[in-house]
Ligand binder design. Structure first.
Ligand code: OSB
Ligand code: MG
Length: 368
């Protein structure tokens, strides 16, 4: 496969409701979409970096710059490019995993569409639908939280994740547990908002029988997570800290986590995400598919990944209407708490051209 060029589209989509986490309150989603053009086919990729470098160091404008200046030109020399060759071609450039992941996804999609192979099959999926959880932002009040959670449970979500931060942790967890009962699958995500000195406070979550606490401490603090994991009974899950299969192996070996949130964007792509799945499976560590408020493109790929055998916990793979009034693809709709795994070639979905134009704020064509 020889690439003709890559189109980069910066899009902005309003969220159905503000989403507050310990690092920011998001009201709309800025993102980059990548269209890989070859003689045989086209493929779509989504770069999950957000407008500001608050979840990770990457951000939309920086991703656009590094893609145009370094990453896309590095693919031009390849006469026979495929998805698997992208990470090799991009390896000389340090970091920028979200930008690399978006580019790899676009090339992989183009390759699989040309071959007529669904992404799920390529990755090794074993299910045709996946159970879905939902990530619930920090709210103004406990009544507002309970109403929001009740609404999601009515829609069929099988697992609730509460965003927490100091001052919004024990009481919201207690309220949700007391209102919805012991059978509810419940977990929390701190997005690095705590320090090891908060260990005794975090141990107060122990009685609520949470599935896990996600990323309580800062990204680089594997040793701190290992110490915390020994001091609390809630299983520690890592998100931000897991940037590769190598870092996943290190975190598991150190005892820093007993569960892993796999986000393909954060780790440089779906192929590295599969390697993390394999490393975790070899260690008996359960994994689940995280989310970055993806459009239908990233959602299609995440659902395909979440259908691999080691994904034994429900992911943040919510229906399109959890995020957007109008998605850029046909919407993903929850059925009995599950989303169907797309079975068409490549991602199995494409953007609606008119909707795409409406949400596009900038376009760059990078010829090769
Ligand atoms: O930490 O998992 C996170 C959204 C944006 C950035 C980071 C995170 C999240 C979520 C929502 O929790 C996941 C989703 O539903 O896409
Ligand atoms: Mg998280």
């Amino acid at each position: 496969m020889k690439l003709t060029g890559i189109e980069i589209r910066e899009i902005r989509l309003p969220l159905v409701a503000p989403f507050r986490t310990s690092f920011a309150t998001l009201t709309d989603r800025s993102a980059l979409l990548l269209r890989a053009v070859t003689a045989e086919s086209e493929g779509w990729g989504e770069c999950v970096a957000m407008a500001d470098p608050l979840y990770s160091s990457e951000y939309v404008a920086a991703c656009s710059d590094v893609l145009r200046r370094f990453l896309i030109p590095a693919l031009g020399r390849w006469e026979r490019l495929d998805g698997a060759a992208v990470s090799t071609a991009l390896a000389p450039f340090r970091g920028h995993r979200m930008a690399k992941a978006g580019l790899e996804m676009a090339v992989l999609d183009a390759e699989l569409r040309a071959q007529g192979v669904p992404l799920a099959r390529e990755l090794g999926a074993v299910h045709d639908r996946v159970p879905c959880g939902v990530s619930v932002g920090i709210m103004e009040s406990l009544p507002q939280l309970l109403e929001t959670v009740a609404g999601y449970l009515d829609e069929g979500y099988v697992r609730i994740k509460l965003k927490i931060e100091p001052g919004w942790d024990i009481e919201p967890v207690r309220a949700v547990r007391e209102n919805f009962g012991d059978a509810l699958l419940l977990q929390v995500d701190a997005n690095t908002a705590y320090a090891l000195a908060d260990t005794r406070h975090l141990a107060r979550l122990d009685p609520f029988d949470l599935l896990l606490i996600e990323q309580p401490l800062e990204e680089e603090d594997l040793l701190g997570h290992a110490q915390l994991a020994k001091a609390i009974t809630t299983p520690v899950c890592l998100d931000e800290s897991i940037t590769s299969a190598r870092s996943a192996a290190a975190a598991i070996t150190l005892g820093a986590c007993s569960v892993v949130n796999i986000k393909p964007g954060r780790v440089g792509g779906y192929l590295e995400a599969r390697r993390i799945h394999d490393v975790c499976a070899a260690h008996g560590v359960p994994v689940w598919c995280g989310g970055m408020l993806e459009t239908g493109l990233g959602r299609a790929a995440n659902v395909a990944l979440a259908a691999l055998p080691g994904f034994t916990l429900p992911g943040d793979t919510s229906g399109s209407d959890r995020y957007y009034r109008t998605d850029i693809t046909a919407p993903f709709i929850l059925d009995d708490g599950h989303l169907p795994v797309p079975d068409g070639p490549g991602l199995g979905v494409t953007p609606d051209p008119d909707i795409l134009d409406e949400v596009t704020v900038a376009t760059h064509w990078v010829p090769l």
